[in-house]
Design a protein around this ligand. Structure first.
Ligand SMILES: [Cu+2]
Length: 449
């Protein structure tokens, strides 16, 4: 159930990622997918702070692609995390990422980012996890836990490109919702675990559009990390919602022999219910419950202590001097009912233009960004390269104590975040992580000088 894993050695990991369609095993038959190295998700890349990660991306697709290392704090320039690179069908590009020696450990990921083909390629399977390992993993509460990655996707299931890529304009406007949630490419897997153990799951939402409110019945669980690594202390994971692009690392205390399930609810927490009148979510009503994963625990009951104490020191930006404040207005406009082709997706009134720099910021400054959303859908807002901290939200969620790179902006609401442009100059993007919205223009360019 775990993806293949490639691990750095002597400070380097050098690999080839071949983007290509493939037939994957599916319920005794096969399903068509877009893959990295023949699998969906692609291999997990396991590296350490200070490593050099070199990826030769080969494009065996029929459309242009490229590669983005989501959440990594690396240069956006040259052969590093440069989203303006385009790799044509049949072509290749060598990416080289120098991971800073002080890079936070955590769960990051890679996926295509060529404007216009992102949603199609990610929704059809192209995503993989990057783990940055943590020297602190040898201590409590992590030492002795059983680590697993869980990539949540919801592709369309079919035996041909025509079926899997056959989305309607309405699907693209509302977001692509496939034929049910998969964990590492498998529907409703069963995980056998032993009592008396602590499970550690790195959960990634690699879906193109779908939010996952997750509920675990049967065991206690705690969130210990979000997008950019560890929280300052464990928090009860009840009520965990993972937006597209987000990650959550959790600990699960397996203290008794039972069968536990993780379930998700259709869009319950996102304000997306209001979109149901526009055709429903893949035919399912808001509030429908779906099983994600079943955990079967066996063995004698055992006490598994709750994680406690400090996990991490995170320098808070709450009291930082703010050098500049900006507002980003996310908006959807145009024809709502006419099939979607007339829709516009904008930030501050403008659709993405690769020739236009929307924001110029300076290395060494801290900025406060207010991201507003006047539309009837939630939008997950993502900034490349520079992680941020969430300061305040309109729905009064408690801001997570760690670094983030995606934050849900609720329908009709706003979030306030702070970004420290401590290092790296260059040009990159911020955008909505409902990938069809990004492909249709809800994206802007930032240049840091
Ligand atoms: Cu959006």
């Amino acid at each position: 159930m775990q993806p293949a894993e490639l691990v750095s050695r002597d400070g380097a990991l050098d690999l080839v990622l071949e983007a290509a369609p493939a037939m994957l095993p599916w319920r005794g038959g096969e399903r068509w997918a877009l893959t990295y190295n023949g699998s969906a998700p692609g291999p997990t890349l396991r590296v350490r702070p200070g490593d050099r990660l070199r990826v030769t991306l080969r494009n065996g697709l029929e459309s242009p692609t490229n590669l983005h290392v989501h959440g990594l704090h690396v240069s956006p320039a040259g052969a590093s995390d440069n989203v303006f690179v385009m790799v044509d069908p049949g072509g290749e590009h060598v990416y080289e990422y120098l991971i800073p020696a002080d890079h936070p450990s955590g769960t990051f990921w890679y996926h295509p980012h060529h404007h216009g083909t992102v949603a199609e390629q990610v929704a059809a399977g192209m995503a993989g996890i990057i783990v940055i390992e943590d020297p602190l993993d040898a201590g409590p509460p992590i030492a002795g836990t059983t680590e697993r990655v869980m990539v949540l996707t919801d592709p369309r299931i079919g035996t041909s490109a025509e079926v899997v890529l056959g989305w309607s304009p309405m699907d693209m406007m509302r977001g692509r919702f496939g034929d049910g949630v998969l964990v590492n490419g498998t529907a409703q897997p069963v995980l056998d675990v032993a009592t008396g153990t602590m499970e550690r799951w790195r959960i990634l939402n690699a879906s193109a559009s779908r939010y996952y409110p997750l509920r675990l019945d049967g065991f206690r669980w705690w969130q210990i990390a979000s997008d950019g690594g560890r929280l300052t202390a464990p928090v009860d994971a009840t009520g965990l919602v993972i937006a597209p692009g987000e990650r959550a690392e959790v600990l699960v205390a397996v203290d008794r022999a039972t069968t536990a399930t993780i379930t998700t609810t259709w869009q319950a927490a996102t304000g997306m219910g209001g979109m149901d009148g526009m055709g429903g979510m893949g035919g399912r009503g808001s509030g429908a419950v779906e099983t994600v994963l079943t955990v079967v625990a066996s063995g004698p009951d055992a006490v598994v202590a709750a994680p406690s104490g400090s996990l991490n020191r995170v320098e808070s930006l709450v009291d930082a001097v703010v050098d500049r404040s900006r507002t980003f207005r996310l908006a959807m406009g145009g024809m709502m009912m006419g099939g979607g082709d007339g829709m516009s997706f904008t930030i501050n009134g403008a659709s993405f233009d690769p020739q236009r720099i929307d924001v110029t910021a300076s290395v060494g400054t801290v900025e406060e960004w207010t991201v507003t959303n006047a539309s009837p859908m939630a939008h997950p807002f993502h900034l490349h390269v520079w992680p941020f901290q969430v300061i305040e939200t309109s729905d009064r969620r408690t801001p997570p104590s760690g670094w983030k790179d995606v934050v849900d902006v609720p329908a009709g609401g706003w979030v306030r975040l702070r970004v420290a442009f401590a290092d790296f100059a260059g040009r990159t993007v911020y955008h909505c992580h409902i990938l069809d919205h990004e492909d249709r223009g809800m994206m802007g360019i930032i240049e840091v000088q």
